[in-house]
Design a protein around this ligand. Sequence first.
Ligand code: NIG
Ligand code: FE
Length: 428
Amino acid sequence: MYIHNRIIHTLLIDLEMYQEILENLNIATMSESLEAYGLITDGTIALNEDRIAWCGKRDNLPSQYQNWPRRNLNGCLVTPALIDCHTHIVYGGNRAKEFELRLEGATYEEILNSGGGIHSTVRETQNLTEDELVACAIPRVDTLIAEGVSTIEIKSGYGQDKITELKMLRAARKIAQLRPIRIKTSFLGAHAVPSEYGSNALRYIEQVCIPALEQAHSEGLVDAVDGFCEKIAFSTVHIERLFGRAQELGIPVKLHAEQLSNCGGTQLAARYKALSVDHLEYANEADVVALAESGTIAVLLPGAFYFLRESQIPPIDDLRNHCVPIAIATDCNPGSSPLVSILTTMNLDCTLFQLTPEEALAGTTREAAKALGLSDTGRIEPGLRTDLAVWNVSHPSELSYHIGFNPLQERIFGGVQWKRQGRTSNGS
Ligand code: NIG
Ligand code: FE
């Protein structure tokens, strides 16, 4: 019986062994190199199970890989699979009614202060079960997967109580069991002050937020701690209380900062060596210097800028001049960015913030990985995960150029190939 089991086990392992040479392709490695996009034309990639074994010019393929099975990609472009490093994709309901109100003149702040906005999504989210939340999120996740996304960060923050915050994080983690996707979860208990706490946000941080964080952490549900530092949400004093506890627990932090005004969140987050500071429309050069010194990634969210009809553009030139890495993300959420397309996000970043298409692709690959503290994905280099996207385009700038068109041919996730559903081989 023992031997029988061992044979079966060995057979299973053999069946799962995956070695393949991808050839006749161009590779945007997104490695930090002098070449734009780290581009390799007429390239070859050797895949060994879930890792990249080798990549380079076809003619330079080392002899040890010559006998591996080969697959012709017919001149397609291969990039690292895309990473959406800032989403609130798990939530209940929607806020289309508030969209109408805003178009009639109400502001985002007015709607939130009158009990709507984030508070209305909190009520909808509290009313759903964990499985219902998963069911609501899955179509949005599938949409991102169909655009070559391999990793999604998902925040809590529509709970405002311990039970719902934990329910959101569990729902987020469950998605990775149901779909071929990697999920990183951020605890965003400090998203909006519940009305019953009035002006006493610190009491909410101490009585609800920190205990919820401690429990979520003890259940292994928290990869990072996030907050919303803004006049209509939490001050630097409140956020610092939370970051202090995160630091004691050894959890990295990130922050929504300078989205609607300059409140000092960027400087605070930089002091805590945050993984990322996100939004940054109202950040100034001193804030950017602080990011540069702390090695924090700037995450730009053009979906919220566009949907809230903001006019203040983040300090792009300062970020470039001080060499702060720029990541970009959908910020998918029901209130400020109901955007479920990473490719459209890249286009918006280029058209609204004048990022180059190369910066946009780096922002959804190499720099997005850094914003999540991941060093095993986001570039095509030996030793990294085989998280790849194969595109039916001739140049990587096309990924930022199209609007509402998806040229994904296939996605390889941890060495497993996923063809786009509903797409025939001639691309029609
Ligand atoms: O990233 N800025 C705060 N949080 C979200 C908006 C959440 C909401 O309106 O539901 C954001 O824009
Ligand atoms: Fe956000």
